[in-house]
Design a protein around this ligand. Structure first.
Ligand SMILES: *[C@@H]1O[C@H](CO)[C@@H](O)[C@H](O)[C@H]1NC(C)=O
Length: 372
C-alpha cells in the first residue's frame, strides 16, 4: 500500500478546510469520480465497486493488497512462470475459473477445444485480465463474462482467423482481435499499453500487481516483439482484448485516437492535485477545478454507460464518440446478437437468466487503465 505525503496536514487548518470544501464541491458539481480527489488514499480505495448482487460478493479489502494473491502453482500445473492473480471474491479463484471454462465448453459442444497447457494459460489469462483491467468488477462476474465472450467470438479456437467485419480487417484468436484494417488493435496495445506497472489514470499510484509478466517467457511482456502470430497465444490475445474493452468502457466508447488526450488531461489533474497538496504553494483550487473540467469533457464520449456492456458493444460495433454507430442504436443487430449470446453463456453459469442489461450493472471507473 502506498500513501501520499501528508502535505495537507501542514497547511493551516482553515486553508485546508477551504481547499477540501472547494474540492468536494467542485467534484459534486462536475460529477467526477471522487477518487481523483483521493490523493492520500491507496489506489484501491479509489476504485468504485460495481453494482453487486448477493451472488457475487466483492471484497476489495482482500484484493490487490497482496493478501489474497494466488500463485499459479496452486491450480495450474503447466504454469511456466509465477503469476499473481488476485480475486476480489475469496470463493472464486483458479479452480473455479477452470470449472466455469470447462462447463461452458461442454455446454457449447466444444469439449476439448482447449486442453492441457493451453487450458491453463487461458484460465490464467482470464484471471489476470480481470484483475488488471477490471479490478472494481466482481471477479466472478468478470471472469464469467470473459469466458462467455471467448465462446461467442471463437468457440475456444485459439487459431481461428475470421474475415473482417466492416472495415476492421481479419480477426484473430480466442477473442478475435483485429490486428489490421481500420482497427489496428495490436498496434494500439503495442504503442500504448503500460506493462511495467498496473496503472490507473485517476490514481497517483500503481496497483500492487506489478508488471505484466508474459506467460511464456516469465519476463515482462515485450511489446516491441509482439507480432500477429502472438494473438494465437491465449495470454496475449486475452490481455490485448480485455485492455481495449476496459478502456472503451471507461471512456464511454471514446475513439482510441482520443485516448492520448484523456491520458494527458488525467495527468494534469493528478499534477494539479499534487501541487495543491504541497505546503506553501499558491496553486489555486480553480486550477485544479479547471483541470478536472478539461478531463471531464475528454471523458464525456457518447454518454454511454461506463460499464462492461459498453466495452463489449464497442468491441463489436466500434467506438461511438458522438453516439452515431454505437451499439445502442436501433438496427445494430450484430452487437445485440453478440451481447445476447454472451448473456446466454453467463446465464448458463449462474443458473438463471441474465439479461444484456446485467452487463450495465458491471460499472467501471472513468479513465484509462495501463495506458501510456
Ligand atoms: C480453428 O480455426 C482454424 C483456422 O481458422 C481452422 O482451420 C480449424 O478447423 C478450427 N478448429 C476447429 C476445431 O474448428
Amino acid at each position: 500500500m502506498q500513501h501520499l505525503r501528508a502535505g495537507p496536514l501542514l497547511l493551516s487548518a482553515p486553508i485546508f478546510a477551504l481547499v477540501l470544501w472547494i474540492s468536494l464541491a467542485s467534484a459534486h458539481v462536475f460529477a467526477l469520480p471522487p477518487d481523483v480527489l483521493a490523493f492520500r488514499r491507496d489506489w484501491h480505495d479509489a476504485l468504485q465497486p460495481s453494482a453487486r448482487g448477493a451472488d457475487d460478493p466483492i471484497d476489495l479489502s482482500a484484493d490487490s493488497t497482496g493478501n489474497v494473491r494466488r500463485l499459479l502453482q496452486l491450480g495450474l500445473p503447466s504454469a511456466p512462470s509465477v503469476q499473481s492473480m488476485p480475486s476480489n471474491n475469496p470463493n472464486y479463484n483458479v479452480p473455479q475459473v477452470r470449472r466455469d471454462l470447462l462447463n461452458v465448453m461442454a455446454w457449447a459442444g466444444d469439449t476439448g477445444a482447449l486442453q492441457g497447457d493451453e487450458l491453463d494459460e487461458t484460465v490464467a489469462a482470464i484471471m489476470s485480465a480481470a484483475a488488471r483491467y477490471f479490478p472494481e468488477v466482481p471477479t466472478r462476474a468478470m471472469c464469467r463474462t470473459l469466458i462467455a465472450d471467448i465462446k461467442t467470438e471463437s468457440d475456444f479456437n485459439t487459431s481461428l482467423i475470421s474475415g473482417g467485419r466492416l472495415d476492421s480487417g481479419s480477426s484473430w484468436g480466442l477473442l478475435q482481435v483485429s490486428p489490421g484494417g481500420g482497427s489496428q488493435e495490436l498496434k494500439l496495445f503495442k504503442q500504448h499499453a503500460q506493462v511495467a506497472r498496473n496503472t490507473f489514470s485517476w490514481a497517483p499510484t500503481a496497483s500492487s500487481l506489478g508488471p505484466l509478466i508474459d506467460w511464456q517467457s516469465g519476463e515482462q511482456v515485450d511489446l516491441d516483439s509482439l507480432t500477429n502470430d502472438d494473438l494465437f497465444r491465449p495470454w496475449i490475445n486475452i490481455h490485448v482484448a480485455a485492455w481495449i474493452q476496459s478502456n472503451s468502457a471507461r471512456t464511454s466508447s471514446q475513439d482510441p485516437a482520443d485516448w492520448p488526450n484523456i491520458a494527458f488531461a488525467a495527468a494534469n489533474v493528478r499534477k494539479q492535485a499534487q501541487v495543491g497538496a504541497n505546503p506553501g504553494t499558491d496553486q489555486t483550487a480553480s486550477q485544479l477545478a479547471s483541470a478536472r473540467q478539461q478531463l471531464k469533457s475528454q471523458l464525456q464520449g457518447a454518454g454511454l454507460p461506463r460499464s462492461v456492456r459498453t466495452g463489449l458493444g464497442t468491441w463489436v460495433a466500434g467506438a461511438a464518440t458522438d453516439g452515431y454507430g454505437s451499439y445502442m442504436q436501433a438496427g445494430d443487430d450484430i452487437s445485440r446478437q453478440y451481447i445476447s449470446t454472451i448473456a446466454k453463456a453467463v446465464s448458463h453459469l449462474y443458473g438463471y437468466t441474465v439479461s444484456t442489461a446485467w452487463f450495465n450493472g458491471l460499472q467501471v471507473n472513468a479513465g484509462l487503465v495501463d495506458y501510456q
